[in-house]
Design a protein around this ligand. Sequence first.
Ligand SMILES: [Zn+2]
Length: 195
Amino acid sequence: MLRAEIQAGSALGEAARSIMASGGLVGDDLVNKMLAKRVSQPDSQNGFLLDGYPRTIEQAEYLDGLLDERKLPKPFILHLDVPMDALVGRLTSRRQCPKCGRIYNLLHQPPKNAGICDDDGTALITRKDDTEEVVKERLRTYDAISRPVLAHYQDSKYYRMIRGDRSPSYIFEEITGILEHASKNGASRGRVGAP
Ligand SMILES: [Zn+2]
């Protein structure tokens, strides 16, 4: 969503671009405005899927207000929970080609020849922000910010926690099952789904 706004050169996109260019993080206010704009588009009228939003309690409260204002049903929250050790394992297994920028993961997307980029034969490197210490620090920060968001939704009857340290196909089936059951029971009035 952020990239699309930047690419379109909209006022919101320009504001985000200048913040990111100076190394800052795009704040809740800007992200919320982009969301409101995006979900007013015709392809969102029968429902929409948000991935990675709301990420802060301010965003969650904004979303509540937006859904109320537009007379949309309560959101269905799917929380993919992955244990800290598994996350650290995944993130520290990332390798990058310093020449072309391609990202590999030793666990599930390894290069054909160990340590070497498939495209140009350059030796792969571990990025500075993918070392164990930095990853743990990032995860602690994420946890501190996202904990209140989970607390905000935990009592909702539309909240489900899903174990995320399993295969994508297994997780896909579990999510499909939950949503089919919910829509049969009218929990979401059939409004859950893509784009
Ligand atoms: Zn490469």
